[in-house]
Design a protein around this ligand. Structure first.
Ligand SMILES: O=C(O)CCC(=O)C(=O)O
Ligand SMILES: [Fe+2]
Length: 318
């Protein structure tokens, strides 16, 4: 028997089962359209969130190496060394052969960073014999005294103030000196371990300083901390730079992220109290600090050289 042809459903005709089929197909199509729109919207939202987190900061493509509130054990990224070191005297066991950058929240605790900040801000550190407290502000609900006078003597009132921790005019409390030495030693060991060098072959060097940045307009070019620079060029003796952050990005201040400026993409570090970043000081690590938009950012730059002639001792009790 010839197979019976089933009549093709008359999709086009109105009424009867066909009318129902037309309606349900129409419903199905509009459901699909909705689903597709929803899917596109969801993808766009997820895409926007991902880009907001990882990309598109002030200047093009940006990857965040260390997020705020993240507790980073250790992150180390090796990069090829620049030629910079060739034009300097080489010191076996110290001059970078391996270059790169690292960030860790596991070397210095938040409490230690807070104690250092307190030691500096609560006039236990005196400059030219003067106590520093001239104003009291709130930090996380706690009133703290800000070292306006000392810092403005050490720097300027144009947004970025620097306090050279090795200035002969500084009088440092025992508490600060001991804490600083201990923190410096642990950072030095971490750097030595990361770059495969001998910790005793590297020396603390100048300038090693405490910085305070806010959004006050720059008064001189020295206040313009946001320019891209290479530490070895800016400071000469540096071979390894480290930064110890003493306040929190997006809680204590806005803007002010540290940015490694790589060809094609930037890598940022969001400061947080106790976070240490460290890197070889040559042009493989061109960097800058974003402008601080609000609040106050505190950090300490601790730098090391391989040249014993450029070495200095820890700040001492005076
Ligand atoms: O405070 C920072 O994050 C970076 C400071 C800096 O680049 C420097 O001291 O050379
Ligand atoms: Fe720098």
């Amino acid at each position: 028997m010839a197979p019976q042809r089933r009549a093709a459903p008359a999709w086009g005709s109105a009424g009867g089962p066909c009318g129902g089929a037309k309606r349900s197909r129409g419903q199905q199509e509009s459901r699909w359209r909705w689903l597709r729109t929803l899917f596109l919207l969801a993808s766009a939202t997820i895409g926007a969130l991902v880009s907001w987190r990882y990309l598109g900061a002030e200047d093009g493509v940006t990857e965040v190496l260390a997020h705020r509130r993240e507790n980073l054990q250790d992150r180390f990224i090796e990069i090829p060394c620049s030629e910079d070191y060739n034009s300097h005297k080489k010191f076996e066991g110290c001059t970078p052969r391996k270059c790169g950058r690292g960030v860790t929240d596991a070397v210095i605790t938040r409490e230690e960073a807070e104690r250092i900040l307190e030691a500096v801000l609560f006039h236990r550190v005196c400059l030219y014999g003067a106590l520093w407290d001239t104003s009291v502000v709130e930090k996380k609900g706690k009133p703290i005294k800000i070292a306006e006078r000392g810092l403005s003597l050490g720097g300027s009132d144009g947004g970025a103030s620097i306090l050279d921790l090795h200035s002969g005019a500084l009088s440092l409390g025992k508490h600060f000196v001991n804490l600083y030495r201990d923190v410096r030693q642990r950072i030095q060991q971490r750097i030595a371990q990361a770059f495969g060098i001998n910790s005793s072959a590297m020396y603390l060097t100048k300038p090693t300083f405490f910085s305070r940045i806010n959004n006050t307009e720059a008064k001189t070019t020295h206040d313009e901390y946001w320019h891209p620079h290479v530490d070895k060029v800016t400071y000469g003796s540096f071979d390894y730079t480290s930064l110890l952050y003493l306040s929190d990005y997006s809680e204590d201040f806005g803007g002010g992220r540290f940015v490694f400026m790589d060809a094609g993409s930037n890598k940022t570090i969001e400061p947080q109290a106790g976070r240490v970043s460290f890197f070889t000081s040559g042009s493989e690590n061109l960097h800058r600090v974003e402008k601080v938009h609000w609040g106050t950012r505190y950090a300490i730059t601790i730098s090391f050289t391989c040249n014993p002639d450029h070495g200095i001792g820890d700040p001492v009790l005076t």
